[in-house]
Write a protein that binds this ligand. Structure first.
Ligand code: UFG
Length: 356
């Protein structure tokens, strides 16, 4: 019998890559997703890559009754990985209630439903944004958290506080919260990758869409930061490396190896690259010249952020393997594949239109 894992938001960017790693590590997977920022086509892509079709249930986790029903149907699951959340930083500042409602109601309903059905293990998709403006680098998990600038970030911080309270009150419930730095890259098959809704907030999809001619120009938000070239430094991590860390976290919980009811791990490479490093590496790796312009700083951006990765190495036995070149190259291959497919579909649609 395979161990069953419920993955909320399993059709999304990090969720879908994690589902692949879980399937390839011999877990059974049930995906719960409302498809608000993803597509059901991801399921067939996962099948194409792994040869296995995960169970897929379209559900809005804000609906407590529906959530309870699904968890009672899958009470044999051994754990839950909770990705389902809205994640657009800019939109979250414009529409805070939408973000608090979605990200926190979904979390609370999931927790309640899983514990009611005796599922004791939970992995949370958190973010380095909970560190706010760090005073020391690299950031260890012991760094004090601060109120993040964005509502999106604050939902992650509040969620971790909810999990802290929940593990304190419920002695059998075990949680690992994974704080991601800057996930980029795509699966080596070129079948799945990041697909932001509308205009991307994040650097990498903005770069690939500019290179593909969808955006006219990349705006570099400030080159007057106290860094080597004046542009902000981040810890970019390949999404497949990130996905593998989730599998190790699941195994740690299932094998009852955790040392505290709530454990927190940074997931990064420990190496920081500036925005200009990323642009230059993109141009070198792909041979495509990028149209960019330096503009003013973006509100809420910190100058420098990179992880201390020792804890994840020691406790999860995990470290990132893929270099920046690979992250960028795979993002670019995915973008090109996606654009080619979109063109084929729109050509065939306009073809059928003309037949009418
Ligand atoms: N940037 C640009 N132009 C763009 C987009 C980004 O210059 O069009 C710059 C930003 O100013 C920043 C760097 O590229 O210096 C990285 O920006 P991203 O938006 O890609 O990533 P952030 O570090 O701002 O945010 C990421 C995740 C958030 C998470 C945060 C934690 O996207 O979900 O890290 O620090 F909350």
């Amino acid at each position: 019998m395979k161990d069953k894992i419920i993955v909320t938001g399993g059709c999304g960017y990090i969720g879908s890559h994690t589902v692949i790693e879980l399937l390839e590590s011999d877990f059974e997977v049930v995906i719960l997703d409302d498809l608000s920022n993803s597509s059901e086509a991801t399921i067939s892509r996962i099948k194409k890559i792994t040869g296995i079709s995960p169970i897929f249930i379209e559900i809005d986790l804000k609906d407590a009754r529906a959530t309870h029903k699904v968890f009672s149907d899958h009470k044999d699951a051994k754990g839950v990985i909770h990705f389902a959340a809205y994640k657009a930083v800019g939109e979250s500042v414009q529409e805070p209630i939408k973000y608090y409602k979605n990200n926190l109601f979904s979390l609370l309903n999931t927790l309640e439903a899983q514990v009611y059905n005796g599922i004791e293990n939970f992995i949370f998709s958190s973010s380095a944004t909970v560190y706010g403006m760090p005073n020391t680098l690299p950031i260890t998990e012991n760094n004090k958290t601060q109120r993040p600038f964005s509502t999106y970030g604050n939902t992650k911080k509040i969620a971790e506080e909810i999990l802290e309270d929940y593990t304190r009150s419920n002695k059998v419930f075990s949680v690992i919260s994974l704080r991601y730095f800057n996930p980029i890259g795509a699966h080596s098959s070129g079948e799945i990758g990041e697909l932001p809704n509308g205009i991307p907030n994040n650097l990498m999809p903005y770069i690939t869409q500019t290179a593909a001619g969808i955006r006219e120009k990349l705006m570099v938000y400030g080159n007057d930061y106290p860094t080597k070239d004046g542009t902000p430094i981040r810890d970019y991590i390949h999404v497949v490396d990130l996905a593998k860390a989730h599998v190790l976290a699941v195994k740690r919980l299932l094998n009852k190896e955790q040392e505290m009811a709530l454990e927190i791990f940074n997931l990064g490479t420990g190496v920081g690259y500036s925005v200009m490093d990323v642009i230059k590496t993109f141009e070198t790796v792909t041979g495509v010249k990028l149209n960019y312009e330096v503009t003013s700083r973006r509100d809420g951006d910190v100058p420098e952020l990179y992880a201390s990765i020792n804890l994840a190495k020691e406790k999860l036995g995990w470290s990132a393997k893929k270099a920046l070149d690979d992250m960028i190259n795979s993002s670019w291959i995915w973008e090109q594949n996606f654009q080619n497919e979109t063109n084929v579909i729109s050509k065939s649609l306009s073809g059928s239109d003309s037949l009418k």
